[in-house]
Design a protein around this ligand. Structure first.
Ligand code: NAD
Length: 298
């Protein structure tokens, strides 16, 4: 199946990035959100993304303008999806909102439309029933700052048609992504299945007083050749997200170590406004964090 028209539902942080990346690669992209005021915000986000693409990817102003021209805006779901070959869903990470969205979408989308969810933590099998077309539904997970961190994790549920899966894998390559197919449903996909335990282990070593921030990062960087260690990564991810993930895990597990990590992050980072790269300081100070200094590894 040839994908030409893509609808992106939800024009927040990730939806705006997915829409712009897809439009930048020449597709007609229809952006759907719940009201006009939010779509106006998305237009501002697209202008900012255009600036970032010029700075980070050497995109020309003409390429950015073309991408903007490929975007159109809708608050009517039926109109937004009328001709869509693919709909990428990036509505809030809330099961009730997503289920309600898929039920409404199922009622108005043409039969041909493939549905793909960008959910970070919810499995596609959870929503397959609500879509009314489980064989044409899967997860397609992008990373924040999609134009730089260009991973596309493609993950079906047991009822996803193999040909649909392959179509989506092929599509992601045409929008500049590195396609990463998963053969089974996996909470956290590949990236977070690797990253969350690494970051958690770093925090555990720190909070139990085994080693300090710099030593933990230095160990990881020297031993594996990685350009950044767990605490440098935590600053990029943002301490707010790290705190929220830890808090949810600690509440579920009641593990004393995890509870201590959550309290530590709240006291030393959340309450003091040290939120990582976004606020100019987290475990390191920005710009020019210490771990980028050539002497750091000595
Ligand atoms: P966000 O809150 O920034 O944006 C959500 C958007 O959805 C908003 O514009 C909101 O108005 C809109 N919305 C709300 N209800 C809607 C509805 N019924 N129909 C259509 N639009 C609706 O959220 P986000 O960070 O962009 O996350 C969206 C999805 O992407 C989530 O599933 C999240 O897990 C996933 N994701 C987020 C990130 C990230 O770093 N933020 C990374 C990867 C994946």
């Amino acid at each position: 199946m040839n994908i030409k028209i893509v609808t992106v539902a939800g024009s927040g942080v990730l939806g705006a990035q997915i829409a712009f990346q897809t439009a930048f690669h020449g597709y007609t992209v229809k952006v759907y959100d719940i009201n006009d005021a939010i779509l106006e915000k998305a237009k501002t986000a697209f202008q900012k993304l255009g600036t970032a693409y010029q700075a980070d990817l050497n995109a020309t102003p003409e390429q950015v303008e073309k991408a903007i021209q490929n975007l159109s805006y809708y608050t009517d779901l039926a109109a937004a999806v009328k001709d869509a070959d693919l709909l990428i869903e990036a509505v809030p990470e809330n099961p009730a909102i997503k289920t309600d969205f898929y039920k409404k979408l199922a009622a108005v989308a043409p039969e041909k439309t493939i549905f793909a969810s960008n959910s970070s933590t919810l499995l596609p099998s959870h929503f397959a029933g609500a879509t009314g077309r489980p064989e044409k539904f899967l997860a397609l997970h992008f990373a924040n700052e999609i134009w730089k961190h260009n991973t596309a994790e493609i993950m079906g549920h047991p009822g996803t048609d193999a040909a649909i899966f392959d179509t989506v894998v092929a599509f992601t390559k045409t929008i500049g992504m590195v396609a990463l197919p998963l053969h089974k449903e996996q909470p956290g996909y590949i990236v977070n299945s690797l990253l969350v335990p690494l970051l958690g282990a770093g925090l555990d070593l720190l909070v139990r007083g085994v080693a300090d921030v710099e030593t933990v990062d230095k160990t990881w960087m020297v031993a594996t050749g990685a350009p950044v260690g767990p605490f440098g990564i935590l600053d990029v991810v943002g301490i707010t997200t790290a705190y929220n993930i830890n808090k949810i895990a600690a509440t579920a597990s009641k593990d004393p170590g995890q509870i201590k990590v959550t309290e530590y992050l709240k006291k030393h980072f959340i309450d003091t406004g040290k939120l990582g790269v976004v606020s100019g300081e987290g475990f390191y100070k920005y710009p020019n964090p210490a771990y980028e200094d050539p002497d750091f590894l000595k």
